[in-house]
Design a protein around this ligand. Structure first.
Ligand code: SF4
Length: 327
């Protein structure tokens, strides 16, 4: 089945391959962002350029002062806290409806987390980390949207989940543009197993919302659903929930498989439970049966195709960078 994926709209830090706007005039290359560029539409942002600080420029750092955290240019001591704050508000006020955010790791002006705090010229002890003003506002205004920094996206598990959430949100946005409950029901049906894997509890809640026993307007149902979807997809699928979903899906083929094939699948599932193989191994077996027996319902499930195949890759560190590493 050929799945037509919508193009998510993603806010991205401009120095991640778009413009040489870092303080030293460098461009930063992010493979994750590069790879995505064919599949998403980007809205670029560079708060420091937008404030007219120019390139090259005096770098900004976060300092702790009596009146709280201040965003200061290191050499001149110029305090740009209020300017950054104003910029963050006006930038987000003017945004169209977006599906997610990819920001430069540890940037004092647009990072999402883990930004070093200085006392004078000395970094405050490890453990005292903060976020940028833009990052903070993104988190409070868009709690139900996927947001990641480019450093964490080098971890393929985090990247997989980010992409699944991003494309799911873009699909939901498209369904909302159609505006009918039927479009929402179709969305929910396609994502049934993906949601069960992320959060069995929330997936039931989403089912109740779609059922719309209170006869709400489609608009109200979509809003409620979108919020609950964000909550459900906040967490990447866990082992036990994946096993449950895989067993459910195997049930579709139980009458069609030989005893040997079933045993092999169950052994593979045991290997997955014992963390000897990744989830992609039992998923791959199921996919081969979907193709062999032609199972259209499963073939359309986002659990088996959450985003364009071309974006799939296990390349990456498999680890998240430790706090405190240089940005
Ligand atoms: S990290 Fe943010 S503020 Fe700094 S150059 Fe990149 S986009 Fe601009």
């Amino acid at each position: 089945m050929l799945i037509k994926f919508p193009k998510p709209l993603v806010v991205v830090s401009q120095c991640l391959g778009f413009e040489a706007c870092r303080p030293d005039g460098e461009l930063f290359r992010s493979q994750s962002v590069e790879k995505l560029s064919r599949w998403v539409n980007f809205i670029q942002v560079c708060p420091e350029l937008s404030l007219g600080l120019g390139v090259p420029r005096d770098p900004v750092r976060v300092e702790t002062h009596e009146n709280g955290l201040r965003y200061i240019q290191q050499n001149t001591g110029r305090d740009i806290t209020e300017d950054l704050d104003q910029f963050a508000h006006s930038f987000l006020d003017d945004l169209p409806e977006v599906d997610g955010f990819i920001m430069k790791s540890r940037s004092p002006s647009c990072g999402l987390r883990d930004i070093a705090v200085y006392a004078g010229s000395v970094p405050v002890q490890a453990g005292t980390r903060t976020t940028s003003l833009l990052g903070e506002l993104i988190a409070s205004r868009f709690p139900d949207l996927p947001r990641e920094d480019e450093g964490r996206l080098t971890n393929y598990r985090l990247r997989e989940h980010f992409l699944a959430w991003l494309f799911a949100h873009a699909e939901l946005r498209e369904a909302r543009e159609v505006g009918t409950l039927h479009a929402l029901i179709q969305f929910h049906a396609r994502h049934k197993y993906q949601l069960m894997a992320c959060s069995p509890k929330r997936s039931k809640e989403l089912g109740h919302i779609v059922a719309n026993h209170d006869q709400k307007t489609p608009q109200a149902v979509f809003s409620q659903y979108e919020e609950a979807l964000g909550q459900a997809m906040k967490v990447a699928p866990r082992l036990a929930a994946n096993v449950n979903v895989l067993m459910h899906c195997m049930g579709y083929f139980s009458k069609l498989l030989s005893g040997k094939e079933k045993r092999y699948f169950l052994e593979t599932l045991e290997d997955y439970k014992e963390r000897k193989v990744p989830v992609s191994v039992p998923v791959g077996l199921l996919k081969s049966w979907i193709v062999r027996f032609g199972e259209p319902y499963l073939e359309g499930q986002s659990y088996f195709s959450p985003y364009p195949e071309e974006l799939a890759s296990v390349v990456g560190t498999g680890r998240v960078r430790k706090p405190g590493r240089k940005r």
